[in-house]
Design a protein around this ligand. Structure first.
Ligand code: UN1
Length: 492
């Protein structure tokens, strides 16, 4: 029998006032994993108020102590890595190697960011006056609201929670209704590690209700959102209406350029991983392949052949390469784009259908799909978030970059070439937050900034050296120890 959860406020699981339940299910076979409340606006407000109350004490806790709790969280997650990896696979449908990999990404980030508690660096800066000292310090913004999506349900919340907590913020966390169970496990691990009650509160529920309250509530000074562009735009506008700090990590239509001189085997292996890993359901997934004309036919034939060898099936089976897409809505979306691609005159090279028969009937499985398309087609422009790769052709490096940049998005990108000059040019020319050279578009490491340009974000970067910027404000401090009134800028 699937367990029924409440919402987590003030260090305990409590009943929600909202009506209705979220049923979290396994996309591989439809099994119900748990029930969570459809939280109400009042539930969200209660969590925000508790976070506000907990803030002064958490702010006063030395950052190194805050970091220690995060390090212990990493240890707890490491001990539970197998169990959590399996649960993550059951809740998202990503294959078990990726489920475990995602738990590892959360561990990596908590280990990394724990050390930030011994830095939280500011600057000391020279002043123009004698006997005066100037410096900057970083202070927490206050209560932060975190809204996340289902495709990275432990790693992405960990980036946000880890950075916000070490910064000294207290939090309201709304996990995706698609993956609340793994979100709850993360919250449990943090409390097992010693996080004080009230510092982190979890409220499940609809974006239009719980998410909206987080976006609109004046107590929430920073909002960190990962999800789709439409929802992100709304959160941004609502946050802006009350001048809150809004960090957005939205979609992608990530290109891979393969030049004529590329190591083709390496590029092909990388593409299979980037396009069909996690069934294409990563913000960083490659959904546009831009092939140099001189290798187009040869490379594409090889890629289609290799794609057809991918084993699709039960994501808990370690021999499987690709699992289901996340539920009926994702399946319907991918299949709709298959029809759109056909109507636009794109050439379907492989896949393009729902997989049926045997174990497939219980879940939502779509075959890895490759279309030959044109840059102006919708399948080459819109984020599909599934195992659908559109292949485009370019006659030169300049044309390839033009096509790569012809998108409203700009998260990840990749170029395969042996030409070091081209590789460095691409680093500047491609409009994206991340560019890989001779490596796939997915698999960003936690100690580097993560985020995108154009419609992918609002200029913030998560993880890495910039992780704490979303959750801290810089305070400039002047200390005048001259004992006299000294006036900057004024002569005499
Ligand atoms: C996402 O899809 O939102 O770079 C995050 C990657 C992962 C993170 C993906 N480390 O593919």
């Amino acid at each position: 029998m699937a367990e029924e959860y409440g919402i987590f406020i003030g260090g305990e699981w409590v009943d929600a006032t909202g009506e209705g339940q979220i049923e979290t299910t396994n996309p591989a076979n439809g099994e119900v994993l748990a029930y969570f409340p459809q939280g109400s606006r009042e539930d969200a407000r209660r969590a925000i108020d508790v976070a506000k109350e907990a803030f002064p004490k958490w702010k006063a806790t030395p950052p190194a102590k805050r970091g220690e709790i995060l390090l212990r969280t990493a240890q707890i997650l490491r001990e539970k890595k197998d169990e959590l990896g399996k649960l993550l696979t059951r809740e998202t449908g990503k294959i078990i190697a990726e489920g475990r990999g995602e738990v590892q990404e959360a561990i990596d980030f908590f280990e990394y960011i724990a050390g930030e508690g011994r830095r939280l660096l500011g600057e000391t800066v020279a002043t123009e006056l004698p006997d005066k000292f100037a410096m900057t310090v970083r202070l927490p913004v206050g209560v932060a609201g975190l809204i996340t999506t289902w495709n990275f349900p432990i790693a992405v919340p960990s980036w946000k929670i880890g950075a916000a907590l070490v910064s000294g913020c207290t939090l309201v966390f709304k996990p995706s209704s698609g993956t609340p169970l793994i979100g709850a496990e993360l919250v449990k691990a943090l409390h097992e590690a010693g996080l004080p009650a009230g510092v982190l509160n979890l409220v499940t529920g609809p974006g239009e209700v719980v998410g909206d309250e987080i976006a609109m509530n004046h107590t929430v000074r920073a909002i960190s959102f990962t999800g789709g562009v439409d929802a992100g735009r709304e959160v941004y506008a609502k946050g802006a209406s009350r001048l809150a700090n809004v960090g957005l990590e939205l979609g992608g239509k990530n290109p891979t350029i393969v030049m004529a001189d590329a190591d083709q085997d390496l590029a092909m292996e990388g593409l299979l991983f980037a396009a069909f890993g996690t069934a294409g359901q990563r913000c960083t997934a490659c959904s546009r392949l831009i092939l140099h004309r001189s290798i187009y036919d040869e490379f594409l034939d090889g890629l289609v052949e290799e794609t057809e060898k991918l084993k699709v099936g039960d994501p808990l089976d370690p021999h499987v390469d690709m699992g289901p897409v996340k539920g009926a809505a994702q399946e319907e979306k991918v299949l709709r784009y298959v029809e759109i691609g056909k109507e636009e005159g794109a050439k379907l090279r492989t896949g393009g259908k729902k997989l049926t028969g045997g174990g497939f009937d219980l879940g939502t499985y779509v075959a890895p799909t490759i279309f030959e398309g044109k840059p102006e087609m919708r399948i080459a422009r819109e984020e599909i978030f599934g195992p659908l790769l559109t292949v485009l052709q370019a006659g030169s490096y300049d044309e390839a970059v033009r096509i790569a940049n012809d998108t409203v998005y700009g998260l990840s990108s990749s170029i395969y070439t042996q030409d070091v000059n081209l590789a460095f040019r691409a680093m500047y020319d491609i409009e994206a937050g991340i560019t890989y050279v001779n490596a796939p578009t997915i698999g960003a490491e936690v100690q580097l900034p993560f985020g995108g340009v154009k419609n992918t974000g609002s200029g913030h970067r998560e993880a890495g050296t910039s992780a704490i910027e979303e959750f801290t404000e810089i305070k400039t401090v002047y200390v005048d120890y001259s004992g006299e009134l000294q006036k900057a800028q004024i002569e005499d």
